[in-house]
Design a protein around this ligand. Structure first.
Ligand SMILES: [Zn+2]
Length: 206
């Protein structure tokens, strides 16, 4: 059952490990603005929608340039967090996927209760994935990375389903999907910064 995954602590530990590894991979590169050294500058988040977890998992693995006068802050891709959203990325992905697999409306109350989200937040996410996400740079980036047929009308659920089907395992599919999603958001956040993709080892363009 997909819904049960959001209470599975081991999954968050794995996502945190991926975030830490990604952050370290970016840290050993130089500041994209001035070439200075990058240092860890993690900050606390208070994510909702998951189990009780140790504090080290509730940190955004941010980096900061150590050169005086630059102090550029770099947010490496994250599998745990979706930008500034308060809820765990995993919770958002699961809630929206489960909703898409159920008849309209009848499952809303159950999902809202199960994940501890407000109805207002729930419908904000629905609107976001219906109206904004299909047009986003993040989605265009993600789309270029897999071949499965995915309808823009069923995002992000069809993406997750494609990953699960390919991996043959729900947890593995979730990990892979969130990793690609994190890279997509990172690409979107830094799109327009000249030469950034090459400096950071990302594929440029779509
Ligand atoms: Zn710098």
């Amino acid at each position: 059952m997909l819904a049960e995954l959001h209470q599975k602590s081991s999954l968050y530990f794995l996502l945190n490990q991926i975030d830490t590894d990604l952050s370290e991979a970016y840290r050993i590169q130089r500041c994209p603005d001035c070439g200075g050294p990058l240092h860890r500058s993690y900050y606390e988040r208070k994510p909702r929608g998951g189990p009780e977890l140790p504090q080290e998992l509730c940190e955004r693995k941010s980096l900061c340039c150590g050169r005086q006068g630059c102090r550029h802050r770099l947010l490496p891709p994250s599998c745990l967090f979706m930008g500034r959203r308060v809820y765990w990325g995993l919770a958002i992905l699961l809630v929206m996927t489960i909703r898409q697999n159920r008849p309209e409306g009848c499952y809303t109350k159950r999902l809202v209760d199960q994940f501890g989200i407000t109805r207002k937040t729930f419908f904000r996410w629905v609107k976001y994935y219906r109206d904004i996400f299909p047009e986003s740079i993040c989605w265009r980036y993600m789309r270029s990375y897999f071949r499965a047929t995915v309808s823009n009308a069923r995002l992000p659920g069809d993406v997750l389903e494609a990953f699960i089907s390919h991996a043959g395992d729900a947890a593995k599919g979730v990990l892979k999907c969130l990793k690609l999603y994190g890279n997509g958001l990172f690409f979107q956040a830094n799109q327009g910064r000249k030469g950034f993709a090459q400096k950071m080892g990302l594929r440029n363009g779509f």
